[in-house]
Design a protein around this ligand. Structure first.
Ligand code: SF4
Ligand code: SF4
Length: 474
């Protein structure tokens, strides 16, 4: 174990911006219907909220006001994101870890879990299996261990990009890995990562200390809190942040996420690309008695309030949640989900009927196949998307925001979503999904404004179907 963190490598803005006393004061104020409505109006004008404004939405308890918050979140989601949902899959690379986080099956003191790191051939086999199902976007997940150095992570990323199965290729590789220093971030950036994702787990210092023994590298709250800023400074300008809901008061964690987003925007000029809000869930050898369990209704509020607080940040809902709650939450602001996920090491090429609890970090709630999830999304009125265009066209970080804020998203996202859906239907869709998908594409085209962009889109969809063209993006 190590605590040898060189604090000189903190980012230029490496200070603690989580103001616990202020958060407590914000959450203790009385709810005022006029203030709630003013803040909803600000959100609907697509302005990001400050933590004290977010707190007003979190405190509202009048059922009519809560209904207005949900309605506004639905509207904002439609306005900014349309009806597309971006799909990805997680790929666990290694379960070795030197940390001892109380909520995680991979913690060093857990003797029951199988420890393994995918070798190069095993990694390739996993990616081949994912490609055969139609995936285009992956997030590679690593425990925190000296073996998972920046060079090791970079090698894995390059290997994943190189795998091909017929027309299939992974077009965007994101990583979820331990905080690095700037030099380390430069190494993984050079390998072509999309998003660097790191969760603070809890923004509450006392809870953080209780969950992460001080003598471990994860015991340093500020080093972790500062890691997205270091990543941005090192050139990784798409970062994903998150909190593990259920460790502390869910309202406090929402304020932490919003404060973190504002900090990055103000000091680095770019907010987070995505926010995740996983709930604590069962895991092998984990026995946490939490006073802060988050109900389905509270999770719904988390999603709606985050949507309103950070209009241009993607919200990720994972397969930790069961299909029913995923379906319900989708409407309130979620823009990305994983599907067909297996999180046990080696789980994609050797799919077992049941989960293998001794090989995974926690237990999943949604084990449906990618095709089944895509079929459901289409029937529910969404456009499933495998789009990776912005990352590959250089529209990341600040550049991405330039495109996002003036409202170009719909013009880019919808045509790219339809093109990637068309590819999926041609190459991987079941007959039922192909029929439903073809109908959805027709319906979307009927709504698409007439003009040169539509003509080009129609022509590209035809080329994908008839001439085998692939990877056509705006
Ligand atoms: Fe290791 Fe991450 Fe699990 Fe903590 S949460 S024990 S750092 S894998
Ligand atoms: Fe995301 Fe850009 Fe594709 Fe839209 S066009 S889905 S913002 S990558």
């Amino acid at each position: 174990m190590t605590t040898a963190i060189d604090r000189r490598t903190l980012s230029a803005s490496g200070f603690c911006f989580i103001e616990e006393e202020r958060f407590a004061e914000y959450l203790g104020r009385k709810s005022d219907p006029g203030a709630v409505r003013d803040i909803i109006a600000k959100s609907l004008a697509k302005a990001p909220l400050e933590p004290d404004e977010t707190a007003v939405l979190l405190r509202a308890d009048d059922p009519d006001l809560v209904a207005e918050i949900y309605a506004a979140a639905r509207q904002l989601k439609r306005d900014v994101y349309g009806n597309r949902i971006v799909l990805f899959a997680p790929l666990y690379v290694g379960s070795h870890c030197r940390n001892d986080c109380l909520y995680c099956a991979f913690r060093i003191s857990n003797q029951e879990v199988v420890r393994h790191t995918l070798g190069p051939d095993e990694l390739t086999a996993q990616v081949e299996s994912l490609l055969r199902h139609g995936h285009k976007r992956l997030i590679l997940v690593f425990g925190e261990h000296p073996a998972y150095s920046p060079e090791f992570i970079a090698n894995c990323v390059e290997r994943v990009y190189a795998v091909r199965v017929e027309r299939g290729e992974i077009r965007r590789v994101n990583i979820n890995a331990a905080p690095l220093d700037q030099a380390g971030f430069r190494v993984v950036k050079a390998a072509g990562i999309g998003t660097y994702q790191v969760f603070q787990e809890t923004y509450h210092r006392g809870t953080y200390a209780a969950m992460h023994p001080r003598e471990t590298s994860k015991g340093d709250y500020l080093w972790r809190l500062d890691s997205p800023a270091r990543a941005i400074e090192a050139g990784c300008d798409d970062v994903g942040i998150g909190a593990l809901f259920g460790l502390y008061d869910w309202r406090f964690e929402v304020l932490g996420l919003v404060a973190h987003s504002r900090h990055l925007q103000k000091h680095l000029g770019v907010g987070p690309h995505t926010i995740s809000f996983p709930r604590l869930c069962p895991a092998l050898g984990v026995d946490i008695k939490s006073d802060y369990a988050v109900s389905d209704e509270q999770l719904k509020r988390v999603v709606a309030v985050l949507r309103l607080s950070v209009p241009y940040t993607g919200l990720i809902l994972t397969a930790r949640e069961n299909p029913e709650i995923r379906r319900e939450l989708m409407a309130f602001g979620v823009s990305q989900i994983d599907a067909g996920s297996r999180i046990e090491l080696g789980g994609y090429s050797d799919v077992q009927k049941d989960q293998q609890f001794d090989r995974e970090q926690f237990q999943l709630g949604d084990l449906r196949s990618l095709d089944v999830v895509i079929g459901e999304l289409i029937r529910d009125g969404y456009v499933p998307s495998f789009c990776t265009a912005c990352y590959r066209a250089g529209r990341t970080g600040e550049h991405f925001m330039e495109f996002a804020i003036p409202g170009f998203i719909q013009n880019l996202c919808t045509p790219n979503a339809l093109a990637t859906l068309q590819e999926y239907l041609c190459d991987y869709g079941s007959e039922e999904t192909r029929k439903a998908g073809a109908k959805r594409i027709e319906e979307e085209l009927a709504r698409f404004p007439e003009g040169a962009r539509k003509q080009e889109l129609v022509d590209r969809l035809r080329r994908i179907r008839e001439t085998g063209s692939r990877d056509l993006y705006f």
